[in-house]
Design a protein around this ligand. Structure first.
Ligand SMILES: Nc1nc2c(ncn2[C@@H]2O[C@H](COP(=O)(O)OP(=O)(O)OP(=O)(O)O)[C@@H](O)[C@H]2O)c(=O)[nH]1
Ligand SMILES: [Mg+2]
Length: 311
C-alpha cells in the first residue's frame, strides 16, 4: 500500500528543497528560511495531487487536504527543516479525513446489549460473507457467543459457503430455503439468540449494486424486521473510485455505522482507505488483510499515517 504515493512524496521534497535553496541562495547566505508563495505551492503540489487522484483518492479528500495544507504552508516560513514541517502538515491534513473507532469501544458497545445485532451490506463480491466470518471468529475469541443468519438467500451456494464457516468456527448458522424471505431468516436468528441467550447475531445479506432498488428494498425490510444495532458496509479496496459512490448510496438508503475495508492486502494504491470513511463520515473499523479467519485487523489511523508519512 502507498508505494507509489511515497515515491511522489519524495519528488515533492526535492521540488521544495530546490525552491528553498534557490530563494535563500539569491539573497544572503545566512538566511535559513524562505516563504512558499501560493504559485509555488500550487506548482509543487500539482504532482502530488495527480498522484493522489491516480491512486483512487477521492477528489473531495484531495481538495480538503490541499486546502488545509495551503492554509498551513502558504506564506509561512519554510525553514531548512521544511521536510518535517511538510510531513507534519500532511499528516495532520490526512488525519482529519480518517475516522477510527477504538476496538475496545466497539466491543464495549457490543457487550452493552444482548443480543447485539450486526447486519452486513455491500455490493456483490465485496467480501461480506468472508469478513462476517472473520468478525465472528474475533468476537468468539473475545468470549462473545454468536449466531449467524444466512440472509443471502439469493446467490447460489451462499448458504453452503456460510455453513462451512459456521462448522469451522463452531457457530450455528440459521438458514431458510433459497429464494425465501431473507428478513424472516434474520428474524429467526434473532429469536434463536434470544432463547439461547447468545451475545451477537451476525446477518449476512445478498450482494447488490447500489443502483438495484429491489434488492435495496429487501435490505430495508431486513433492517425493519431484525432491527440491527449496527450496519457494517463491506467495501472492496480494489473497487477504486467507485467505492466512494457505493458507500454514499448504501449510507443514504440503508444507513451505515462502520466500514470494513476488505482486500487491503492486495491493494497497492491505498486510495480507498484514504477516501471511504470521509465520504460518509463514518469510521473504518477493520481492514480485511487476507482470506483466513485471523486476517481482520482493527483499523488504526496512526498506523496508516505512519505508513505514508514516517520518515
Ligand atoms: N485477499 C483477500 N481476499 C478477500 C478478503 N475478503 C474477502 N476476500 C475474497 O473475496 C472473495 C469474495 O468474498 P465473499 O466474502 O464471498 O464476498 P461477498 O460480498 O459475500 O460476495 P457475494 O455474497 O457474492 O455478494 C472471496 O474469494 C474471498 O476469499 C480480504 O480481505 N483479502
Ligand atoms: Mg456473500
Amino acid at each position: 500500500m502507498f508505494d507509489f504515493l511515497k515515491k511522489k512524496l519524495g519528488e515533492i521534497f526535492k521540488g521544495v528543497e530546490k525552491t528553498v535553496n534557490d530563494a535563500t541562495k539569491s539573497v544572503e547566505k545566512t538566511i535559513t528560511e524562505a516563504k512558499l508563495d501560493r504559485k509555488t505551492f500550487d506548482s509543487i503540489f500539482w504532482n502530488f495531487e495527480m498522484a493522489l487522484l491516480e491512486n483512487n483518492v477521492s477528489s473531495e479528500v484531495v481538495d480538503n487536504v490541499k486546502l488545509e495544507l495551503g492554509n498551513k504552508l502558504v506564506n509561512t516560513s519554510v525553514k531548512r527543516d521544511f521536510k518535517k514541517v511538510i510531513f507534519d502538515a500532511l499528516r495532520s491534513a490526512f488525519g482529519n479525513v480518517l475516522f477510527e473507532v477504538k476496538i475496545d469501544d466497539f466491543l464495549a458497545k457490543v457487550r452493552s446489549k444482548k443480543p447485539f445485532i450486526i447486519m452486513f451490506v455491500g455490493i456483490n463480491g465485496s467480501g461480506k460473507t468472508t469478513n462476517l466470518s472473520k468478525l465472528a471468529s474475533f468476537l468468539k475469541k473475545n468470549k462473545l457467543s454468536c449466531v449467524i443468519a444466512a440472509g443471502d438467500t439469493f446467490r447460489a451456494a451462499s448458504i453452503e459457503q456460510l455453513k462451512i464457516h459456521g462448522d469451522n468456527l463452531g457457530i450455528k448458522v440459521v438458514n431458510g430455503e433459497y429464494g425465501c424471505d431473507s428478513a424472516s431468516v434474520a428474524f429467526d436468528a434473532v429469536k434463536h439468540a434470544e432463547s439461547s441467550k447468545l451475545d451477537v447475531v451476525l446477518i449476512d445479506t445478498a450482494g447488490r449494486l447500489q443502483s438495484d432498488t429491489n434488492l435495496m428494498d429487501e435490505l430495508l425490510k431486513i433492517k425493519r424486521v431484525a432491527k440491527p444495532d449496527c450496519v457494517i458496509f463491506v467495501a472492496d479496496s480494489l473497487t477504486g473510485n467507485d467505492v466512494v459512490e457505493q458507500a454514499k448510496v448504501f449510507d443514504k438508503k440503508i444507513g451505515v455505522d462502520y466500514v470494513i475495508l476488505s482486500k487491503s492486502d492486495v491493494d497497492s494504491k491505498g486510495g480507498a482507505v484514504l477516501s471511504v470513511g470521509y465520504a460518509i463520515k463514518k469510521p473504518i473499523i477493520f481492514l480485511g488483510t487476507g482470506q483466513s479467519y485471523n486476517d481482520l485487523k482493527p483499523f488504526s489511523k496512526s498506523e496508516i499515517l505512519d505508513k505514508l508519512f514516517k520518515q
